[in-house]
Design a protein around this ligand. Structure first.
Ligand SMILES: [Fe+2]
Length: 216
């Protein structure tokens, strides 16, 4: 018997980021539209895949189309989710660096020896040639931070690691404000708008269960 599967009904989130330093409202407006496209595509892709599953199985003749849809699944899903992490870790009147007593700064010191060493590595990842993201991840099993390059939206993620600071370095994130060769200026602008409270909140939420279970 055919069964109707639940659909993905993600709604695009809205962000008030009017007036960031060095990232124009025009860039943000374009970027929000692109993000909304990933939400739409995630929902649409889920609906298409569910059509194949209406009879509870994927037949051999359906496999080529089904496979292509499934290969796009990670791209669209991560495109949606990473943009939400990115917009969430920006704010109007942010600050370029976390405070001296910031738990995030302390986590960078434990993981890299100093905050400056962590930042140098993160910026290095952000300057890498290619289309993708710089992401600082937390390993929830030991509280350590590592910085990773993510190609497109999905290649290079570490299973089970938690994104703590996410920077979009696709050219669409800055091309209306900077030349392609000026990516470092965009990265500096990004840092001047970081919401470190959001970053610290991600850290706290994910370290706490590990600490509790380690103590038990
Ligand atoms: Fe983007």
């Amino acid at each position: 018997m055919d069964k109707k599967l639940p659909q993905a009904n993600y709604e695009p989130r809205s962000y008030d980021l009017h007036g960031l330093h060095g990232i124009s409202d025009r860039t943000l407006a374009m970027h929000f539209k692109l993000y909304e496209g990933y939400v739409t595509q995630t929902n649409a892709l889920t609906a298409k895949i569910n059509q194949f599953l209406a009879d509870g199985k994927v037949d051999q003749e359906e496999m080529p189309v089904y496979s292509e849809l499934k290969r796009r699944y990670g791209f669209e899903y991560n495109g949606m989710v990473l943009h939400e992490y990115y917009f969430d870790n920006l704010m109007i009147d942010g600050s370029p660096d976390p405070g001296t007593h910031s738990p995030f700064r302390q986590a960078t010191e434990r993981s890299f020896g100093s905050y400056e060493a962590w930042k140098g590595d993160f910026i290095g990842v952000g300057k890498m040639r290619g289309v993708g993201w710089a992401v600082c991840y937390l390993n929830p099993s030991n509280g350590r931070l590592t910085n990773h390059w993510i190609t497109l939206h999905e290649t290079g993620t570490v299973a089970g690691f938690i994104p703590v600071l996410v920077m979009d370095v696709w050219e669409h994130a800055f091309i209306l404000d900077y030349k392609p060769a000026e990516r470092i200026d965009y990265i500096e602008a990004f840092f001047s708008n970081v919401n470190w409270k959001t970053v610290e909140h991600r850290l706290e939420r994910t370290i706490a269960p590990t600490s509790t279970s380690a103590a038990a």
